[in-house]
Design a protein around this ligand. Structure first.
Ligand code: NZQ
Ligand code: ZN
Length: 383
């Protein structure tokens, strides 16, 4: 196992009715910028609970943080927060609202141009942030990362700072009952792929991290389809929500090699072709596993055996079967696995490669050997 430092300061309040704890988590007297997306929080009763819990606080509400949060929208929120002298941010929503709110928190305290925070400058300070999660998927509710879309540049720009861990996150599985089935599938696939990217590399003498990861993968496989067939099953929603948090709160990645190539290639597909984040992953990951089967052979065999119970036949047959099972699972979650299902053919690939080059994403994977030629082979397999 490699050396690591682990510190996750986000306090989690998990379960039905926990939104009522908001009032005790936000410091008394705070002026709160409350951020959210479109209308879902008004339709599913989340806003009513938040409003009741925030009685007595000065609130400035900013609506309209879109899926794949846009830089220009977030700048408007920064302006509003300055105007209203906000000193705390409460994000209500999924990964997009929380990521966007992290950017707002950092931009409010940044002396230079806000764009610098997305192009290499580390945040030196940030407003405190809390969140009410309504879509388990990204892990943003208890991690220090975010991704902001710059539409004019056709870019998804990641940023990260320990200052951006939410102070607290409220996870009430009931809030997810209203999710469209498309978002249920997306959430399960995103959490699944986050887990795979910290697990399916090469053996690193980390059996505990392996078993954490395998536990998450098996739980997602067992519970995911139940959320599609029985959307109001609290137990299922609770397990999925907690899996998604655990998949990207830093714990399973401690001390092990990681391969974020599917995410990095996927971000370019979203920026160029507006494919939902998780849907890019469902396209790229199976193709990447097939392309990287030699480098990942030992872990692919472990994955086949422990996650899919594939023990019969030659090594190559077990690996093929594990990759096919992965793709079939994504399909079972209603998530397409081919570029062609998104209306793209081989003509789209050069543009993706040009973006990867522009962003210097030319040495990806746990061995830093997924160059542009390898990315091209992965995308060709994904057609
Ligand atoms: O805007 P509203 O009306 O709220 O609708 C949202 C949105 O349209 C809807 N929704 C959310 N909760 C709902 C609901 N609808 C009904 N009932 C509810 N309870 O869902 C739609 C999608 O929401 P979004 O936040 O975009 O989804 P997700 O959580 O998948 O977030 C995706 C974003 O997170 C980034 C992605 O790149 C993408 O921008 N990621 C962030 C990461 C991180 N911070 O660590 C890691 C991830 O890999 C990912 O890159
Ligand atoms: Zn993701």
């Amino acid at each position: 196992m490699r050396n690591f430092s682990f510190h996750n300061p986000t306090k989690i309040h998990f379960g039905e009715g926990q939104i009522a704890k908001l009032g005790q988590e936000i410091p008394a007297g705070s002026r709160v910028l409350v951020t959210h997306g479109g209308g879902s929080i008004f339709q599913n009763g989340v806003w009513a609970q938040v409003e009741a819990a925030l009685a007595g606080f000065a609130i400035s509400r900013f609506a309209g943080i879109e899926a794949n949060p846009q830089f220009d929208t977030l700048l408007r929120a920064v302006e509003q927060a300055r105007r209203d002298h906000c000193d705390f941010i409460l994000a209500i929503g999924g990964g997009s609202v929380i990521d966007g709110s992290k950017f707002i928190a950092a931009a409010l305290c940044h002396a230079g141009e806000p764009l610098e925070l997305l192009t290499g400058a580390r945040a030196k300070a940030a407003l405190p942030l809390g969140c009410v999660l309504t879509l388990g998927a990204t892990g943003s509710e208890s991690n220090p990362h975010g991704v902001v879309t710059h539409v004019a540049r056709q870019e998804k720009l990641p940023f990260s700072s320990p200052l951006l861990f939410p102070r607290f996150a409220i996870l009430d599985p009931c809030t997810t009952f209203s999710l469209p089935l498309r978002q249920v599938g997306n959430g399960v696939v995103d959490a699944f792929v986050h887990t795979i990217e910290q697990y399916l590399t090469y053996p690193a003498d980390a059996p505990l991290q392996d078993r954490y990861a395998e536990g998450l993968l098996q739980t997602l496989i067992e519970e995911g389809p139940k959320a599609l067939s029985n959307p109001e099953d609290y137990r299922v929603r609770a397990n999925l929500m907690w899996c998604a948090t655990q998949a990207l709160n830093g714990l399973i990645g401690c001390g092990v090699p990681q391969d974020w190539a599917s995410h990095l290639i996927g971000h370019e597909l979203t920026a160029l072709y507006h494919i939902d984040h998780a849907r890019t992953l469902a396209v790229v990951l199976p193709a990447l596993l097939a392309e990287r089967r030699e480098a990942k052979r030992a872990k692919l065999l472990q994955y086949a055996e422990r996650v899919w119970q594939l023990r019969e036949g030659s090594e190559d047959r077990r690996i093929d079967a594990a990759i096919a099972a992965t793709e079939a699972f994504f399909k079972r979650m209603g998530v397409p696995t081919r570029l062609s299902e998104h209306g793209l053919d081989a003509d789209a690939i050069p543009q993706v490669l040009a973006q990867l080059q522009r962003h210097q994403l030319v040495a990806l994977g746990e061995h830093r050997d997924i160059d542009l030629e390898a990315s091209e082979r992965i995308l060709l397999r994904a057609l």
